[in-house]
Design a binder for this molecule. Structure first.
Ligand code: APR
Length: 253
């Protein structure tokens, strides 16, 4: 599946960036944002569930939805693709992981310093003063019956705790964006994995990398706007392709 030239090029890379989207976690059973709107949630407008005004209008509904999604992540495990990306660290001088996902599966696979461009389900904060909130350890009991759940209150200012994700109408964290953009411009290999490359500004990163001389490698079973720009396109699931790639690297290392 991989030519020797391709593998040697990877081994020579000084800085590899791995940029991931919802498809990365699909094989762990984590639904995409839109797929998560099923069952009890299917009648809600995404802008109600994922915007500051939606939260202020119905805090228990929004907090309940994000807690339901967080529970799904806590019960899930990193898949073979996440583990292979962590293994890639053994074959590169520097590996930077940038994700649009709000789960912590890259970290649980072993990657450190992951940039979460769209925030994290695991880092809530006060809506009013921004102080971080720490969840109790473990998987809480699911609220019985209704999925509505009142958010906790901030221990400093008593404001409502909100999910630590980036909502519609909110800017990305400038620190996270600058880290991602710098890595894209500095790297010599950029993997785009499991993302439709449609959501701005994250979708700019692969092109930014190519403009600055990086080789672009895409892993995705379906077509994306990046197809014509990628130097290599592996059509398939990351949980199969990434482990095969790491095995091939180990053989010629
Ligand atoms: N392996 C690789 N790619 C996969 C797999 C898989 N096993 N399964 C699905 N995919 C691909 C799909 O073909 C699709 O191109 O993952 C992509 C998922 O696309 P989106 O659902 O649009 O996810 P993403 O690109 O991460 O969306 C960006 O939009 O919904 C918002 O904020 C949310 O972070 C998200 C952002």
């Amino acid at each position: 599946m991989f030519t020797e030239d391709f593998l040697l090029g990877l081994l020579r890379a000084k800085h590899i960036v791995v940029f991931t989207g919802a498809g990365m976690s699909a094989e762990s059973g984590i639904p995409t944002f839109r797929d998560a709107q099923t069952g009890l949630w299917e009648h809600y407008d995404p802008h109600v569930l994922a915007s500051p005004s939606g939260f202020l209008a119905n805090k228990a509904l929004v907090w309940g939805w994000y807690e339901w999604r967080r529970m799904q992540v806590l019960k899930a495990e990193p898949n073979a693709g996440h583990l292979a990306i962590a293994d890639l660290m053994s074959y590169s001088e520097r590996l930077t992981v940038i994700t649009q996902n709000v789960d912590d599966l890259h970290e649980r696979a072993g990657n450190r310093g992951v940039t979460h461009l769209h925030g994290s389900l695991h880092k809530p904060r006060c809506f009013d003063c921004g102080s971080p909130y720490t969840f109790p350890v473990g998987i809480p009991d699911e609220p019985a019956g209704s999925r509505r759940l009142e958010p906790p209150n901030c221990s400093l200012c008593n404001g409502p705790i909100r999910p630590g994700v980036v909502w519609f109408g909110e800017p990305l964290s400038s620190t996270d964006w600058n880290t991602a953009e710098k890595a894209a411009m500095e790297c010599d290999v950029f993997f785009s994995i499991g993302t439709s490359s449609l959501v701005w500004p994250a979708s700019q990163l692969p092109e930014r990398a190519v403009l600055h001389g990086a080789k672009l490698i895409q892993i995705n079973p379906t077509p994306t706007p990046l197809d014509s720009k990628a130097h290599y396109h592996f059509k398939g699931n990351v949980g199969e392709i990434m482990p095969a790639l790491v095995t091939s690297l180990a053989e010629i290392f």
